[in-house]
Design a protein around this ligand. Sequence first.
Ligand code: HEM
Length: 478
Amino acid sequence: TSVLQYWRLRKIPGPPAAAWTNLWLMWQMNRKESFYETRKRLHQRYGPVQRYGPNRVMFSDLSAVPVILGTTNILPKASNHEPLKAWVNGSEVLSFVALTDDAKAARLKRNLHATFSSHGVLGYEAHVDHTVSELVGHLQTAGSMVDLADWLSWFAFDTVARIGFSEDQGFMSRRQDVDGALEAGRRRFEHWNFWWTLPSLEGLIYKNWVARNRKKSRSSIMRLAMQVVERRKAKGGLGTHNDLLDLYMQSAESDPQLFSPSTILGLTITTMQAGAETTAYSTAICMFCLVRDKHVLAKLRAEIESVAPPTAEGWDLPPTAVLRKLPYLEACIKESGRLYPSINIMLERTVTDGHEDIAGVHVPKGTIVAINTAGLNTNPNIYGADFETYRPERWLEGSEEQRILMNRANLAFSAGKRMCLGINVAWLEMRKAISALVMNFEMELAYPERGLKQMPGIFGYAEEVKVNIWPRRQDTKV
Ligand code: HEM
């Protein structure tokens, strides 16, 4: 089979070892260099189409996006999501992200769409206001040097717990990971990172009959989700809270087969896993960029002040409807996501009948294909010659055509039918947390010489964002 696989894609350029074995990819994933950098190099060396495994092809060509991450006739998710799946007591616990049944994913999304829409998420704004104000309050007394990477992880977990099931997990108030939930989430990401290139071997080792039938889950997130669902039933169940768990339970009323108890449990887990650390990483990295670049920070503050000036009583966090109208704030977030993406998951799909021509290249049925987001994010034809610089202005200047191009190339939340369900929740949180931090505090990097250290692999979270921090002005509410 190796020779056959090699032969099928022999015309597509790439590292010679990658053409023969997936161990090349596994090795790349587990090196110190970030996989993002590796993909950037592949794009620079081999051009817009690169072979990165015996049966794997990546495109850094924008015209491949609607085919690979399409909205109609979509290519199914490839098996690289398998290591994310979990089994307890003989049944698979649904992970929305890893769900390979696209038809089921579409049905689930149809039921949840209105609540996760840009208008729908405003129903949860009060939860976010609560945790943002808690974050600001805690940072007043947290000391003169804080690690924003930690604080934003605690903030994001407390927020997702409120939106998800109206329960405060107290990460911020305890200033620590509670019951090892963050650690467990990271370990799960690390497991995925290590094994996604060899999902069959992972299945053999971790999803064999004995492992599948284990009675108890060792994951604290799963334990928490189970307790949350039980507590909700005890508290009267449906209609008692304004949160996602209530939405999932309401959906079960109209479609009990689709929203089975195990699906509700799986959705609760997914909300925590897909929604907490991802938002935390992106917010922390954006804060790093803002604190590092005083001009950008000053410009952002001026924009926020133009709609929400501090008063004699202090500074009040404006509603999202107001923050959404701030183009520079949006550009600051998009630009940090472009330059330092925190989610580097390969959005792999499998080529099916009738889709063998992608961006002018013939790719046989069964091949795993993906978009090389590193190649897109660093393409000078899309982002300009200074693409290595953090410059939010690029998202606002230039022709309409250029801006459309940049937005199409921005795959921070993926694209098409399987794009991030929580994108509007994430934007709501990021806009609010970043505005509150920059308006309430003065900050400087505690160790500017260290730069931004992102973890290698598919999750490029910031190892630390240590800042010296103090209240901005006496007349602001801090
Ligand atoms: C800045 C924060 C976030 C980023 C960058 C992000 C990014 C992504 C990406 C790239 C995917 C596609 C993953 C894949 O196909 O392998 C995804 C899927 C998903 N995300 Fe997010 N996400 C964020 C926040 C959230 C939040 C807050 C929630 C929920 C509250 C959420 C829920 C989901 C779900 C359910 C999926 C699976 C959708 C599907 O498979 O159809 N995400 N996200």
